[in-house]
Design a protein around this ligand. Structure first.
Ligand code: HPA
Length: 290
């Protein structure tokens, strides 16, 4: 009988498996990025800004999962952004696609083994905070790991000390200095009028939230809700990578039974398209200061 520890969804990948992917990448590119960027739905345009690119399709990278969502390209792009060596994930892996938590976070440990020190994550999110507008960019100050509450934490299973400690701290998950730098950069770039700072709550998806669920999340103190980011951040913090998280508020959640508004993917993509340039400008000017 298979024990909990030997079940692959519980224990995930071995150090050697992550290392095999990292070593393959190191052998196929001369780039040595210190910054990794995970691009959310429709926000992959950032990768196009990189100079002197080396591009790898996910399916060509040993052991890398592949992406299934429209609007997610599925490429790992190495290159320079504002003179800074970066690696950019164009398309991420979502729990709702059927990947387990170890697959969702696989690239983050590979980044760690590549020598990455800073992770920038972007996502699309629904605005729960009534003062937010569609098109606002929310600097993530903290998160609520709703899947973690339900026993789906990517660090469940065997802990390999080469990545980090058994019980990592999460009270400093979103780097304070990076947030301060982002606020300063937003001011300089004239985007501070739509910059917010708040708490991101991750649900599994793929359903959007019911009205009752949105009200619960508001009561819990969440400002934005989405279906990604938290697992990657947990794994990044476990291995000591500092994190900056940015949510684009693509829609306002529905909290009123009289409302005829309906959350939908088209609205999410439309808002993303409208704000993508601003987000790219903010991130690239920020990277220039790292
Ligand atoms: N809910 C969950 N995820 C989302 C939303 C939303 O309203 N908008 C964009 N991603």
């Amino acid at each position: 009988m298979e024990t909990a520890v030997s079940s692959s969804s519980q224990c995930g990948y071995s150090y050697e498996e992550y290392k095999e992917t990292a070593d393959w990448l190191l052998a196929h590119t001369e780039k040595r990025p210190k910054v990794a960027i995970i691009c959310g739905s429709g926000l992959g345009g950032l990768a196009e800004l990189l100079e002197d690119k080396n591009v790898f399709q996910y399916e060509d990278i040993p052991r890398f999962p592949t992406s299934t969502v429209p609007g997610h390209a599925g490429r790992l792009v190495f290159g320079r952004l504002q003179g800074c060596e970066c690696v950019c994930m164009q398309g991420r892996f979502h729990f709702y696609e059927g990947y387990n938590m170890h697959m969702v976070t696989y690239p983050v440990r590979v980044f760690f083994l590549l020598g990455v020190e800073t992770l920038i994550v972007t996502n699309a999110a629904g605005g729960l905070n009534g003062t937010y507008s569609v098109g606002d960019i929310m600097l993530i100050k903290d998160h609520i790991n709703m899947l973690g509450f339900a026993g789906q934490n990517p660090l469940c299973g065997h802990n390999d000390k080469r990545f980090g400690v058994r019980f990592p701290c999460m009270s400093d998950a979103y780097d304070r200095d990076l947030r301060a730098l982002t606020k300063q950069t937003a001011k300089e770039q004239g985007c501070d009028n739509f910059l917010q700072e708040g708490i991101y709550c991750m649900l599994a998806g793929p359903t959007y939230e019911t009205i009752a669920e949105c009200r619960v999340l508001q009561t819990l103190g969440a400002d934005a809700v989405g279906m990604s980011t938290v697992p990657e951040v947990v794994v990044a913090r476990h291995c000591g990578i500092r994190v900056l998280g940015l949510s684009l508020i693509t829609n306002k959640v529905v909290t009123d039974y009289e409302s005829n508004e309906r959350a939908n993917h088209e609205e999410v993509l439309k808002t993303t398209e409208r704000r993508t340039q601003d987000l790219q400008r903010l991130v690239s000017h920020l990277i220039n200061k790292l």
